[in-house]
Write a protein that binds this ligand. Structure first.
Ligand code: FES
Length: 138
């Protein structure tokens, strides 16, 4: 049997839904900037043979931002750069699961600690502004 092309493959949800959607989306909770940060940090840490891809909706929106790492199939909720650092260092470099961020297969709500961390991040996010109406066609 041949060795896998990648040692690990990470899929980070980048899906966006309209504001106020009942399920929310990972993008409104900072998923895109955290995925970009993860890619940069992975390079800085010398993590090789690992692909960090953006993904569409992974259907665990209420738990977002979410990522899944293969080949293990481990799911994580993450809200901060510190969370991303811990996943990189503990999971991808150390080979151990970050239990405080892991999502169980039957989990439908964030744990109180996960929810508190996300709420803190959401409070600090700048409000999303709509483009100004100019009356001109673009
Ligand atoms: S919007 Fe991210 S899992 Fe659905």
């Amino acid at each position: 049997m041949t060795e896998s092309f990648y040692k690990a493959h990470v899929f980070c949800c980048n899906n966006e839904r309209p504001a106020g959607h009942i399920r929310g989306c990972c993008r409104e909770k900072g998923g895109v900037s955290l995925q970009n940060y993860m890619k940069v940090r992975a390079k800085e840490l010398g993590i090789e043979k690992t692909r960090i891809n953006k993904a569409g909706c992974l259907d665990r929106c209420e738990l977002g931002p979410v990522m899944v790492i293969y080949p293990e199939g481990v799911w994580y909720h993450y809200a901060t750069r510190e969370d991303v650092d811990e996943i990189l260092e503990t999971h991808l470099l150390g080979g151990k699961i970050v239990e405080r961020l892991q999502l169980e297969n039957d989990q439908t709500e964030l744990t109180p600690a996960q929810a508190e961390s996300l709420a803190c991040v959401m409070q600090c996010m700048p409000p999303k502004t709509e483009p100004e109406e100019t009356g001109k066609e673009v």
